[in-house]
Design a protein around this ligand. Structure first.
Ligand code: COA
Length: 225
């Protein structure tokens, strides 16, 4: 299973005398958003969120969801973010935002790692802010990623692996349009025990979600489809 080392962030220096970085990120200016739908926004990865990504990815619910066994240092995460910010040719990564109290708050991250030879992409997601899990954000963001994958990145198939025990994730993926194609046995770990992994995929011919990309490009003009 590909872990969260594929999902990291950046920052200028690494010293930390205070614990201010453990606080949720408060936005003071409106973030750049590429796509919005139903109170969920997708925007670019941000250097200034390096510590936030690190905090999210090293929280136990996210570590458990990715069967990650060792926490990552902020130094490693910072280096990882630098690589991610320079690897846009085969990586599409978004900060996920949720709109509430008249602001867009960063709440998680989602990624598509593409294989140009076959026009496929592996999908990853987490909602890092605990209060924002279980309120539909993951489902909406997953739908938005599929729209982007098929109508911007021109992928022929998007796939993922998820621990069979991760019922909330599987439910969110199903609602967003992924279908199960198989199970790999005992290739994962759940609370230290061997766990199966479910393989899911989605193809553009079966996509029935909202055409957000098309609407963003064409606006009120008639679609040419
Ligand atoms: C998986 C994750 C991205 C889903 O995002 P989310 O915003 O919490 O999910 P949603 O609220 O959109 O949907 C969750 C669905 O699972 C359901 N659900 C939640 N807990 C469940 C459980 N224990 N059993 C069954 N269904 C469950 C919810 O009821 C909801 O379905 P519903 O809308 O039909 O009621 C998020 O929970 C997360 O980041 N988890 C930690 C990291 C992780 O596991 N990432 C995925 C690794 S593959």
């Amino acid at each position: 299973m590909l872990g969260l080392d594929s999902c990291p962030a950046e920052r200028g220096e690494a010293e930390h005398e205070s614990t201010d970085f453990l606080e949720p990120t408060i936005e003071t200016t409106a973030p750049d958003l590429w796509l919005t739908h139903d109170g969920v926004g997708l925007g670019p990865l941000r250097v200034d969120l390096a510590e936030t990504y690190w905090r999210w990815e090293n929280s136990l619910p996210v570590m458990a969801g990715y069967a990650r066994q060792t926490p990552e240092s902020l130094t490693e995460r910072t280096a990882g973010l630098e690589a991610q910010l320079e690897g846009s040719a085969d990586q599409t990564r978004f900060t996920i935002y949720r709109h509430h109290d008249d602001t867009w708050a960063p709440v998680g991250m989602t990624s598509l790692l593409t294989d140009d030879r076959y026009r496929t992409g592996e999908f990853f997601i987490y909602i890092g802010e605990p209060d924002h899990r279980g309120h539909g954000t993951g489902t909406i963001a997953t739908t938005m990623i599929l729209d982007w994958a098929f109508h911007v990145t021109a992928l022929r198939c998007v796939y993922l692996e998820v621990l069979a025990n991760n019922t909330a994730a599987i439910r969110a993926y199903e609602k967003a349009g992924f279908g199960t194609v198989g199970t790999r046995r005992r290739t994962g770990s759940w609370f230290g025990q061997p766990a199966d992994e479910v393989i899911m995929d989605a193809i553009p011919e079966e996509y029935t979600g909202p055409r957000l990309v098309e609407a963003a490009v064409l606006g009120n003009r008639q679609s040419r489809r």
